[in-house]
Design a protein around this ligand. Structure first.
Ligand code: 1PR
Length: 536
């Protein structure tokens, strides 16, 4: 039986496969990595998690002779599970930087989502799927949501319909999973889809085992769910311990004689707790990353490694992603920093200060150099893996034409009845204001390759009075990538307000969750009651 617990993994080293490894271990299996084509041919059970872009993945498979072995293995109807790009590569070709030829086992093309029909691209988040035939590994899913993150998808057609086991709708219908005999592939990420995702993996790993149906009965596919994200601002305190802290308008020190850094708990414990409580995602922000180089700050990498062992939802990490030269003159590129974060279990990285400099430069020169951290990381890992974190501060104006930046009439006038404001971007944890507005920054970083925006607001941070609706509306209407609303949540009503009044795709909160004022589950129940789709 020992042999039955070994699953062969085809990891060609292009991104975060740590979470999948963790999920496989969590379910009691051991992993054998594919080194040669023979390893594929000798596998009892093979999992192929595609990561990165279509063309480089095909290149690696062809160069190492793995493509041929994969085709043979699948044609022999042996147990196979493809994930995400691991589904797409089975098709004839992809339009991603192409056309590029795929493995050609399933008729059809992989195309890009059309953002002109009002859907934000990348498709990031939780959707329910519609089962179209018995799919065995999906038997527990029912109406549960599963996690997707992709800009390209395989399109259903008459030629491939016998393969399709479920579809999902995001503007148009696309293929959520395929199945023929023992061959399965899913577009979503079971290793990031919480309990339901683990049950998909379990059914693949232990096909004969009796599993209980956990999901509710199937229903038609629904809309993309709004996400609720828990955020951990992490730094070392004055004693040198890594802690979760929380600021008031970014000031994280207690108003006491000692003036110590506010301590709200341990990062790994809290992340595990929020996963259990139903967070759709967990973000870690290394808030002193602008001065402490993250690769010198190994505890943060350690936090990610441990957190990803027990959190089977997406993890984002930010802070200190930039080029860096250490005291010995050794140069580290931002790409190396990001790669280390991905290897340690991050699904997305988030760039703050460095994205502001890149956007300023781009707006000045109108030239995309391809050299900024944002451009480099999104080229290698895909834009769905790159978040830009914006830290704006409201600046009131008497006259909207006083500044060259986009200004708006605010709902609540500021001091002296000033009715207009612009949102000035800052760097270094809010310490320095820059000559660029949040609106200009958001549009520029979208063009430079950001896949999502984390929109904070220094004025609202830690105040518990609600999100800055004016700001979130302004930015979520300006871009077609998803926007995460952040800063100011103090009650369940604030979440429904931000989702009903703006086009935000997700809402993030920190203080209310850390202080246990409002459980994540209550937020979700309230949203559901208000008719807003969420993952329960
Ligand atoms: O500039 O690339 O090194 O990234 C630094 C990252 O650290 C940025 O994402 C920046 O937002 C973050 N950061 C820096 N300083 C602070 C600070 O608080 N002193 N935290 C900080 C940002 C804001 C949110 C917070 C929400 C929700 N924290 O993440 O969690 O405002 O809070 P609330 O629900 O309690 O209101 P780089």
């Amino acid at each position: 039986a020992a042999d039955d617990s070994v699953v062969t993994l085809l990891d060609y080293g292009a991104g975060n496969v740590r979470s999948l490894r963790n999920a496989i271990h969590f379910l009691g299996c051991n992993i054998k990595d594919v080194q040669t084509p023979e390893d594929i041919l000798n596998a009892k059970r093979l999992i192929f998690p595609g990561v990165g872009a279509f063309a480089p993945a095909m290149d690696v498979l062809n160069k190492k002779g793995l493509a041929e072995a994969l085709c043979a293995y699948i044609q022999q109807d042996r147990p196979f599970l493809g994930i995400c790009l691991g589904l797409q590569l089975l098709f004839e070709s992809s339009e991603e930087n192409g056309p590029v030829k795929g493995l050609g086992l399933i008729p059809g093309v992989v195309g890009r989502f059309d953002s002109s029909n009002g859907c934000r691209v990348p498709h990031i988040g939780w959707n329910a799927i519609k089962l179209t035939k018995d799919s065995e590994i999906l038997d527990d899913i029912g109406s549960s949501h599963v996690y997707f993150v992709h800009s390209y998808c395989a399109i259903p057609s008459d030629d491939n319909k016998e393969w399709i086991s479920s579809t999902c709708n995001y503007g148009d219908d696309f293929i959520a999973s395929v199945r023929r005999g023992n061959v399965h592939a899913v577009q979503f990420h079971p290793e990031k889809s919480g309990e339901v995702g683990l049950s998909v993996l379990r059914r693949f790993l232990y096909p004969k085992s009796e599993t209980t149906k956990t999901g509710a009965s199937p229903r038609n596919a629904t809309k993309l769910a709004k996400r609720v994200i828990a955020c951990l601002d992490v730094r070392t305190n004055d004693k040198g311990d890594l802690i979760v802290t929380k600021g008031d308008q970014y000031d994280v020190r207690e108003q006491t004689a000692e003036n110590e850094v506010r301590n709200l708990g341990k990062p790994v414990d809290l992340a595990g707790q929020y996963y259990k409580d139903g967070a759709d995602e967990v973000s870690f922000l290394n808030i002193t990353g602008f001065r402490d180089f993250p690769l010198g700050d190994l505890p943060m990498l350690q936090v990610l490694r441990y957190a990803s062992e027990n959190c089977f939802v997406p993890l984002t990490v930010g802070g200190g992603i930039r080029d860096f030269t250490d005291g010995n003159g050794r140069h580290y590129s931002s790409l190396e920093v990001a790669s280390e974060y991905f290897r340690s279990g991050a699904d997305k990285i988030s760039i703050g200060s460095d994205a502001v400099y890149a956007a300023e430069e781009y707006l000045k020169t109108k030239v995309k150099t391809g050299k900024s951290s944002l451009e480099q990381i999104s080229r290698v890992y895909g834009n769905q893996a790159v978040v830009v974190s914006i830290d704006p501060r409201r600046v009131y104006l008497r006259d909207p034409n006083e500044v060259e930046f986009k200004s708006i009439k605010v709902t609540n006038p500021g001091p002296h009845g000033l009715e207009y404001a612009w949102y000035q971007c800052t760097v270094n944890g809010g310490r320095e204001g820059r000559p660029i507005g949040a609106y200009e920054l958001a549009k520029a970083v979208e063009e430079l390759g950001a896949g999502e925006i984390l929109l904070n607001c220094i004025d609202c941070d830690g105040q518990g009075k609600g999100f800055d609706i004016d700001l979130i509306k302004l930015i979520s209407d300006a871009v077609s990538i998803p926007v995460i609303a952040s800063s100011g949540a103090g009650a369940v009503e604030h979440f429904s307000e931000v989702f009903s009044k703006t086009n935000a795709s997700a809402a993030l909160a920190a203080g209310i969750f850390h202080r246990k004022e409002v459980p994540i589950q209550s937020v979700k129940e309230y949203l559901l009651k208000e008719g807003i789709e969420v993952r329960m």
